[in-house]
Design a protein around this ligand. Structure first.
Ligand code: AHR
Length: 555
């Protein structure tokens, strides 16, 4: 039965397809504007659609089923634009809380969402980075040019020790990308010895002199980045050989935990790269293999990628359709890996993902600074649901990037900072980290645009160590609520709470003047009806529910 949503928009409510931001100025959607004087009627019709009903089942956890690795909730900090410099690492004169030059309001915000790992120093920058430039007394570090990103002068004041201090402050595991494109095997091997060995050698003495007597024990090592592109334009056959050579000299050191050697993987939908690497590289030489897949609103790398704000419904729809490509792409790479690694020993890490739009007008095109709207949050919620549901193989992911670059969690403007809608999704979803995955069964209603359709609903669920069940739900349809009639065989529960992220328009975003324009709220649209959980999911929303029981018994 269709239930009228308490969140249904009324005729007076601004359309979700504003061409403007939170200032609220021009709110007429491009698509509807063409309808001229009929617009009022159209908006009335479009926003008073009754809820569609979905039957959803939360299945019991499979025996010895997978957990959702916390490393799916990893992030990325490249020497690019204002991510590191004027992001994490600020001018000593900037009037913000700092430890050394590390910006502590950013650290505090990120600690709250539990950053599982932080990938550094790139990205493309990694294959141009020589780690020795970034250790030792800051005044003696060379100035180099960041040829990948805006030819910015790199003063190397943020180097290995500073990055590892940042990780320690964040409580995040460091994930280093070694230079394969323009570095040598010896250089990478020396970096590993410098960081991880406890022996008395010139390299470890240098580490001690530089302020860190104990080995760091860094385990996560990417061997190159995008070796099919900015990392050296290699063929997969050539790269697989190069990888084996580098991995051979990536040594474990007594007292430090074993290395997780990670193969630089495919560009989106390129099965040949994954196939070749899996065929040529012995399983015991790799802990993981990566995949990079970005969501471009227009779907095209040439010309405009689409604006970060001020878009219409067609652009919104296309973005979500492009975002949903993550599902078949991950499934395809996972199936190839299954052929060579049926026991699923090797992790698939989607170590670059996110929305990539045109840069904000007036900003350096090489700095990739973009705003972040509710649309990006819907992309994040959807993508994380896809990763959660593939957690048997996807055991790591890194959103690009943490601060001031691409789909950022945090934006800064001198002393000011704001949390983006995407940040709030990571806040909601942190409950899935290292929790037992629970399969879901449902058939999603469609959200249609012209002749094209995408599923309106996506979801994932898990049970944490304390027995609480969490269900994350995303309704991509901006015009219509969904009513979920949910059965949970095997879950004993008597209380449900939740939080929601939504806003009047999918193009809404936070500004430095209105940093709470898009923010989390508590959710009251879920209730117990007999043994069922009934949820009214508003249009364009991300909701995470928590089900608990006073006597905790579950599947
Ligand atoms: O995240 C920005 C860039 O995108 C990275 O440097 C590169 O790996 C990818 O192409």
């Amino acid at each position: 039965m269709a239930v009228t949503s308490p969140y249904a928009l009324t005729a007076g409510t601004p359309s979700p397809f504003s061409e403007r931001g939170p200032g609220g100025e021009a709110t007429r959607p491009r698509r509807l504007r063409q309808l001229g004087s009929t617009i009022g009627l159209v908006v009335l019709v479009a926003t008073s659609l009754p809820a569609q009903t979905v039957q959803l089942t939360v299945q019991p956890a499979p025996v010895a089923g997978p957990v959702i690795s916390k490393h799916i909730y990893g992030h990325f900090a490249e020497h690019l634009g204002r991510c590191v410099y004027d992001g994490f690492w600020v001018d000593p004169a900037l009037n913000v809380p700092k430890q050394g030059r590390i910006r502590m309001d950013i650290v505090e915000a990120l600690r709250k969402i539990k950053v599982a790992n932080l990938r550094w120093p790139g990205g493309c920058f990694a294959d141009a980075y020589h780690w020795r430039d970034g250790v030792g007394p800051a005044a003696q570090r060379p100035r180099t040019i960041n040829t990948w990103w805006g030819n910015a002068v790199e003063d190397n004041s943020f180097g290995t020790h500073e990055f590892l201090e940042l990780c320690q402050l964040l409580g995040a595991e460091p994930y280093l990308a070694a230079n394969v494109g323009s570095g040598t095997v010896q250089e990478m091997a020396n970096w590993m010895e410098y960081l991880n060995s406890n022996a008395d050698t010139p390299l470890t003495q240098q580490r001690r002199q530089n302020g860190h007597p104990a080995p760091y024990g860094v385990t996560m090592w990417g061997i190159g980045n995008e070796s099919w592109g900015c990392g050296g334009n290699m063929t997969p056959d050539y790269y697989a050989d190069v990888y084996k050579r580098y991995a051979t000299f990536a040594h474990n050191y007594p007292g430090s935990p074993p290395l997780k050697r990670i193969v630089s993987g495919a560009n989106g939908d390129d099965p040949n790269w994954t196939e070749t690497c899996m065929k040529k590289i012995p399983l015991n030489m790799m802990w993981g293999l990566t995949l990079h897949q970005y969501t471009l609103p227009t779907g095209s790398w040439s010309g405009s990628k689409g604006p970060a704000t001020g878009f219409g419904e067609a652009e919104y729809f296309n973005t979500m359709r492009n975002c949903l490509r993550m599902e078949p792409i991950v499934a395809k790479h996972a199936a190839i890996m299954d052929k060579y690694d049926p026991k699923k020993q090797v992790a698939l890490l989607v170590d670059e993902w996110g929305v990539w739009t045109d840069v904000e007008p007036g900003t350096n095109p090489g700095f990739l600074y973009q705003q972040n709207s509710l649309r990006d949050a819907l992309v994040a919620g959807t993508t994380l649901n896809i990763f959660n549901n593939h957690c048997d193989r996807v055991r790591g992911a890194n959103l690009a990037q943490a601060v001031n670059v691409l789909q950022a969690l945090i934006l800064t403007d001198k002393e000011r900072m704001l949390l983006t809608p995407t940040y709030h999704v990571f806040d909601l979803y942190q409950v899935h980290q290292d929790a037992q995955w629970l399969p879901l069964q449902f058939s999603s209603p469609e959200y249609a645009m012209g002749s094209e359709k995408i599923p309106a609903l996506n979801a994932s669920a898990s049970r944490d160590k304390a027995g609480a069940v969490h269900i994350s739900l995303v309704n991509l349809n901006p015009n219509q609520p969904l009513t979920l009639e949910t059965t949970l065989p095997g879950v004993k529960w008597n209380a449900v709470t939740g939080r929601i992220l939504t806003s009047a328009k999918v193009s809404d975003y936070n500004t430095f003047d209105r940093p709470d324009n898009v923010k989390l709220a508590s959710f009251r649209g879920a209730k117990k009806r007999g043994e069922q959980l009934v949820v009214t999911l508003p249009p364009k929303s991300v909701v995470v529910l928590e089900l608990t029981s006073t006597s905790k018994t579950s599947s």
